[in-house]
Design a protein around this ligand. Structure first.
Ligand code: F3S
Length: 656
């Protein structure tokens, strides 16, 4: 039996471990990426590790998320990130160059490379046949040391695509349909590998859209073959010499298989407040007034996405009740849209062109009004993600977003264009892109880097370092959460909060503030505490602040029914023990402020089974630890920073 593309790439980067699904495998990492609202912690950690230079082929620090500069904090962070990048041999993608995933896919990723990025949508670069995995910021710092990285060997799911998309139907529909079938938890521990004749009908940015939102299924990543389409794309980016054909063997064996006929898809919409809450647009019975439409983001910010949206809007104007904005994913795309006249069409239709950044996707601007309805082409519609706790956010394709902006309520390209919808099939990616890397700052030589002074503004506070698990833990429950708590619930998005991410003492005051405004004070008052969660705790964004802030506030463990992959890694990295109810019904018995006791905690951790006594309710219950030996070692060392230093000392890479 042959190998899938996923297994081929893991095999070619294999260091140790075993390639059996669910087991630990250690791999060498070629490339890393970070972005501005998560990266300060990554570079502070790298600085504490004490290495002089990143030991990867390529590491990129993207300044792309928060370009509002509402006060001194973010510009200070950007200066820190730029000088840290210069010090450690890292590329900088300057503000205005575009969104990290589009930049990485277009300018850095290539077939067969293994990329780890400090953002959950890193899998976007699977569009060109790279194995691209989203991890926490501390993991990126680890990857930058060149040490082999631990990965839970994923199952590989073959997704056989047939047929082709109809005009007015976007790659977004492919991934929304996947989400409808697989759900937000169904991808856990899996890589979705797209194969079949339908793949050849999809251009690279369409593949990017699909790979991008594999993150919403909780998948390790998604990947497409490096075929003729990728070759053409890389040649159009003047990177043809970096292309190598790569695909699964004809007789590749997969752990699971799915079929998806592209021709069968119609415009879909994810209803509030989860991206898997997907129905056909045509099935909606109510057509309320939509106040906001946002087109773009890393998910649907490509040239073709905007060209198609422009054609839907041509000859029409945005409804007077709608604020319609566009967040184009890169300068390269912006210039091409300008040259080809599509930008004019969008502006003529009343679209407001925003900065080339993440912006509204993470609540940095364009917050919906009270109880507002917002329709977006981005990837998440969790409650609060758009910056308002009571807004209703719907996820759609650019074609549907454009039609909705015109009609003022849910509508598709068919509703606006009628039989002319076929015109959309004429849109293709450019034969040759504007290649201009003047907004990328290249790494300095080692001699030049020696002279760089890393500049830290007053908002940049030291990285807090957790303690090892104590022998006998006795503390109260500081929060009992529902199912599907997202990292947005734990650490709010938005310009104001994003600019605090370099200062944990400050930001921790806002931990859980939209979900339970009294949590931070309560946890601080308790000194140490335990959080209780439902299913899929910590889903969504990879932001490790959702682990660092609770750790800073004294949270020692999270006990949940299930914990999302990246968040579990972040909890371990930052010294919070992630535990699962052995019997999920025990969740119901626990109450806020119950006093819990765990004796011989480190010894119980080693057995992967922990007995917890609820002294308030006078009962005991069992928890299990679904962690590998390597993760256990990290926990027992008191988090990844201390664990990593120990490993680097052992290997003689740094001195004690
Ligand atoms: Fe940025 Fe939103 Fe993508 S925050 S990286 S555009 S998910």
């Amino acid at each position: 039996m042959g190998d899938s593309l996923t297994r081929k790439i893991i095999r070619s980067h294999f260091d140790s471990g075993t390639m059996t699904p669910g087991e630990d495998v250690f791999v060498t990492v070629d490339q890393t990426l970070t972005h501005d609202i998560n990266a300060v912690m990554t570079y502070l950690a790298f600085e504490q590790i004490g290495l002089k230079r990143a030991r990867t082929e390529v590491s990129v620090s993207n300044l792309d998320h928060n370009l509002l500069y509402i006060d001194f904090k973010t510009p200070d962070d950007h200066i820190y990130l730029r000088t840290a990048a210069e010090k450690y041999g890292v590329y900088v993608s300057r503000p205005g160059n575009g969104i990290c995933h589009m930049i990485h896919t277009c300018r850095f990723a290539s077939p067969g490379k293994l990329l780890m990025g400090g953002d959950s949508h890193t899998p976007s670069s699977g569009a060109v046949g790279a194995l691209a995995i989203g991890v926490g910021g501390m993991d990126v710092a680890t990857a930058m040391t060149g040490l082999p990285m631990r990965l839970t060997m994923p199952k590989v799911v073959k997704v056989n695509l047939t047929g082709h998309l109809k005009p007015g139907v976007n790659a977004k529909e492919v991934v929304l349909e996947m989400l409808r079938r697989v759900t937000i938890k169904g991808g856990l521990g899996k890589v979705f590998e797209y194969v079949g004749p339908g793949v050849l009908t999809l251009e690279v940015p369409e593949r990017l859209t699909i790979a991008n939102m594999g993150a919403e299924m909780g998948a390790t990543t998604s990947i497409f073959p490096a075929d003729e389409v990728v070759k053409k794309f890389m040649e159009a980016q003047d990177r043809g010499s970096e292309f190598i054909p790569m695909s699964a063997d004809e007789d590749a064996e997969y752990d699971e298989e799915m079929e998806l006929d592209l021709s069968s898809l119609e415009p879909l919409i994810a209803l509030p407040h989860q991206p898997d809450n997907v129905v056909p647009v045509s099935s909606l019975r109510e057509h309320p007034v939509v106040q906001q439409v946002f087109m773009g983001s890393c998910t649907n910010g490509s040239y073709s996405d905007f060209a198609k949206a422009a054609l839907v809007m041509q000859g029409h104007h945005v409804d007077e009740n709608v604020q319609c904005t566009a967040g184009i994913a890169s300068k390269q795309i912006y210039k091409q849209l300008m040259k080809d006249g599509y930008l004019d069409m969008l502006i003529d239709a009343g679209v407001r062109i925003l900065e080339l950044s993440c912006g509204p996707c993470c609540a940095i601007g364009q917050v919906p009004p009270t109880n507002g309805i917002a329709v977006r082409t981005s990837n998440r519609n969790f409650r609060g993600r758009a910056g308002s706790p009571n807004a209703n956010v719907y996820l759609v394709s650019p074609e549907t977003a454009a039609a909705t902006a015109i009609k003022g309520t849910f509508a598709t390209a068919f509703d606006v264009m009628g039989p002319d919808v076929g015109k959309l099939a004429s849109v293709h990616e450019p034969e040759h892109y504007f290649v201009d890397d003047s907004m990328l700052i290249k790494p300095l030589s080692e001699e030049e880097a020696e002279k760089v002074e890393v500049i830290k503004g007053p908002n940049i506070a030291p990285l807090p370092v957790p303690e090892k698990p104590e022998k006998d833990l006795s503390c109260r429950i500081s929060l009992k959460g529902r199912d599907n708590i997202s990292t947005d619930d734990i650490t709010p998005a938005g310009a104001e909060f994003s600019s605090m991410r370099s200062n944990i003492p400050l930001m921790s005051k806002y931990c859980y503030n939209r979900y339970d405004p009294e949590f931070a004070e309560r946890a601080r008052g308790l000194g140490k505490s335990i959080i209780i969660g439902g299913e899929n705790y910590g889903q969504g964004s990879s932001r490790e602040h959702a682990a660092i802030n609770p750790m800073y506030l004294g949270v020692k463990c999270v006990i949940a029914k299930s914990i999302a992959r990246i968040h579990k890694g972040n909890l371990i990295n930052h010294g919070i023990v992630p535990m699962l109810f052995e019997n999920p019904e025990d969740y119901e018995k626990l109450e806020l402020l119950d006093e819990l006791e765990i004796v011989d905690f480190p010894e119980q951790i080693k057995k992967h089974e922990v007995t917890v006594r609820d002294k308030t309710g006078d009962f005991s219950f069992k928890c299990k630890l679904d962690i590998s030996d390597a993760e256990m070692a990290t926990i027992l060392d008191g988090g990844q920073l201390m664990h990593l230093k120990k490993q680097l000392v052992d290997r003689g890479i740094i001195k004690e």
